[in-house]
Write a protein that binds this ligand. Structure first.
Ligand SMILES: O=C(O)c1cc(C(=O)O)c2c(n1)C(=O)C(=O)c1cc(C(=O)O)[nH]c1-2
Ligand SMILES: [Ca+2]
Length: 679
């Protein structure tokens, strides 16, 4: 037999990964060969060497440096001790679990100026593996097949059908029946969402399915689009903005039913009245859609948020399981989307079974028996209103897991306070001061925090009983934006937190049993697997994602790093450097009369990357209230083709004037002065 970790060994063990291997692995889950572990994406491991009785003896085996400075969201895949994990900028690393050493890495060299085309950090959620190839979707929208043994590209496809549009890819591809399936993002900017299937061997395109209809003056691609178009008002010219519905995260597959399920995203623009003035459900936004994986044909849909108006994506991870409900065994989908309700859906036909709020919700009081939300008057208010959950979601993309023994689903719940108001003057692609990120191409049709939000920020780990539709237990967290979960047959739940703790809880009761004080915020979900008879737990650490660009819950920061733990391992945790938060800026000269316009310019160009100066503390992108004061005094040097363009900062040449920059300076220094504690 070739030595473990040699190209021959890797070729042999990854060459075996096909549909049969993924399904047979589900019986014992020794490997972690697919994004959600199995096609049902349960993230439930049957390994129990590490269990509630001995988890206290878990220690660090090794760390691996991903050499990235931005968010790390990847689920690592592991087959016979060969790990594939991604870092920011879609860089792929192959790591030997037996040694913790690099086997190879692959950098798709995403042009850094592409960063401004993504709403939510230059992240990547991981790779897919099939018959000796590793598949990665790159931030700039390519799908690359790599030789699993060497990391050399085998084929590459451009998944973006229209390069004038800001499409990005952040999600992990899935392989279903020899086809690599990938969606995209961009609905904050204005795109038309779609999924594409490529032949895993050759890269040949097999099918493409749009999530929303195109221009109704042209023939619809299929019957599903014709049907969907009836739920949109042409007066909104949604096809100009794109309509949205981007499938940027979740895809699952039921081999018995031969159905794949995709979660779709929010509307482009967010504002329903701008997108579709006469109302309408706007299919297939914010829905779960079942497709035939062979052809990409529509089979059924269930829309969780009709007429989305709040960035309520339904792209959150789905879990396929069987539940006994009213004495009847049902094949269901479990889903906790941004809108704050936990859904149980019949996955054979898309019929609504139940939905209950898993967090505070103010846009709907519940769902009727037909599966339609009962909206509150506030939901489509013409005045500014606190959106609860807000656009960050009651639960975002952070992975959910389901343990069949406890019957509980585990996921991080949160509130990030946001106040929304209709942007009555919004026009497509009009870059106007005050419109959130319009300077970098956003088209939300909403204004953000024109009134200070009154809702409170929180984060918590929730164990949810989908039969009773009730919370079973919770652990309060220090902040929103916490990591996804893993659950095991050892009666455990593992999850990392925004404030840098990687912890294990008992799955049935939620007692904290173990904790590693890593120090750096975690957003990615952990995985577990067995190598040479030993069980390991790994988590890719790297603070970021949409909230993590400009906010933080720790005072430390580090390069991206994979941490791997095993029973009895005793490596000390690395000493993590302090986050270099400077002094509050002072002394930058400005004209106070410029502050009001500077505020509007800051909102339309800077705020969703840099946060509020002096108030937020910076995430993986610095807060401008705490950089050296001279940098703000010389702001134009940074704004116009400055030194950070090579790290992904936009070049605002031609977009902002020298006068605009003076006004932005006034806002930054003025805000810092306003919040400075009085002596
Ligand atoms: O509408 C979209 O197309 C789109 C794409 C993405 C993405 O691809 O990361 C996010 C969102 N929306 C989004 O609304 C959101 O909250 C979000 C968080 C994150 C992240 O990785 O932290 N991505 C995205
Ligand atoms: Ca979105």
């Amino acid at each position: 037999a070739p030595p473990k970790g040699s190209p021959e060994h890797i070729a042999a063990v990854t060459g075996n990964i096909d549909e049969r291997a993924v399904r047979s692995n589900a019986a014992r889950t020794a490997d972690w060969p697919a994004y959600g572990l199995d096609y049902a994406e349960t993230r439930h491991s049957k390994l129990a060497e590490i269990n509630a009785g001995n988890v206290g003896k878990l220690g660090l085996a090794w760390t691996y440096n991903l050499e990235s400075t931005r968010g790390v969201e990847a689920t690592p895949l592991v087959v016979d001790g060969i790990m594939y994990v991604t870092a920011s900028w879609s860089v792929v690393h192959a790591v030997d679990v037996r040694t913790g050493k690099r086997l190879w890495s692959y950098d798709p060299k995403v042009p850094r100026e592409y960063a401004q085309k993504g709403c939510c950090d230059v992240v990547n959620r991981g790779v897919a593996l099939y018959k000796g190839k590793v598949f990665v979707g790159t931030f700039d929208g390519r799908l690359v097949a790599l030789d699993a043994a060497t990391g050399k590209p085998v084929w590459e496809k451009d998944t973006v059908e229209d390069r004038t549009r800001p499409y990005t890819v952040t999600g992990a591809p899935r392989v279903i029946k020899g086809k690599v399936i990938i969606g995209n993002g961009g609905a904050e900017y204005g795109v038309r969402g779609y999924l594409t299937a490529y032949d895993a061997e050759t890269g040949e395109q097999k099918w493409r399915w749009y999530t929303v209809p195109g221009d109704p003056s042209k023939p619809f691609e299929n019957e599903a689009m014709a049907k969907a178009a009836k739920t949109w008002d042409p007066a909104g010219q949604w096809w100009v903005t794109g309509g949205g519905g981007t499938a940027w995260n979740s895809i699952t597959y039921d081999p018995e039913l031969n159905l794949m399920y995709v979660g779709t995203g929010n509307g482009s623009p967010w504002n329903h009245r701008k997108r579709s003035p006469a109302g309408g459900d706007n299919l297939y936004l914010a829905s779960i859609v079942a497709l035939n994986p062979d052809t990409g044909e529509y089979v059924w849909h269930y829309q969780e948020t009709p007429g989305d108006n709040w960035d309520y994506t339904s792209v959150q991870d789905m879990i396929l399981t069987d539940l006994t409900l009213d004495g009847r065994k049902r094949k269901v989908i479990l889903h906790a989307p941004k809108n704050g309700f936990f859904f149980v859906i019949d996955r054979t036909n898309g019929k609504f079974i139940s939905a209950k709020p898993f967090t505070e919700v103010n846009w709907a009081t519940g769902y009727d028996k037909h599966g339609r939300p009962i909206e509150t008057p506030l939901a489509r208010s013409r005045e500014a209103f606190d959106s609860v959950p807000g656009p960050f979601g009651g639960h975002n993309w952070h992975a959910m897991s389901f343990n069949p023994k406890t019957g509980l689903a585990y996921f991080p719940v949160q509130n990030v306070p946001i106040n929304l108001a209709e942007d009555k003057d919004w026009r497509f692609n009009e870059n106007k001061p005050g419109q959130p990120q319009s300077g970098t191409g956003w088209n939300t049709g909403m204004l953000v925090n024109t009134q200070p939000p009154k809702s409170k920020a929180f984060g918590r780990l929730v164990a949810w009983d989908p039969v009773k539709q009730k919370e079973a237990w919770r652990q309060e967290y220090a902040s929103p934006w916490n990591g996804g979960t893993l659950t095991t047959a050892g009666n455990l739940v593992f999850a990392g937190t925004a404030d840098g703790r990687f912890a294990a809880y008992s799955a049935d009761k939620g007692e904290k049993l173990w904790e590693a004080p890593i120090g750096v915020g975690m957003v990615a979900p952990p995985v577990t697997y067995e190598v040479d008879g030993r069980q390991y737990v790994s988590i890719a650490v790297g603070w970021g994602g949409v909230f993590g660009q400009f906010q933080r819950a720790t005072d430390k920061h580090d390069l991206g790093r994979v941490y791997t733990f095993a029973l009895g391992a005793e490596k000390p945790l690395p000493v993590v450097p302090a986050y270099p938060l400077g002094e509050l800026i002072s002394g930058v000269k400005y004209d106070p009369a410029h502050i009001a316009e500077g505020t509007r310019l800051y909102v339309s160009n800077c705020v969703f990357c840099h946060g509020v100066p002096g108030v937020d503390k910076g995430g993986n992108i610095p807060n401008l209230g705490y950089v050296p004061s001279r940098d703000i005094a010389n702001l134009a040097d940074f704004v116009f083709n400055g030194p950070f363009v090579k790290k992904g900062m936009p070049d605002f040449t031609g977009k902002l004037s020298a006068d605009d920059v003076e006004k932005i300076k006034a806002f930054i220094q003025g805000t810092a002065d306003a919040i400075r504690p009085k002596p």
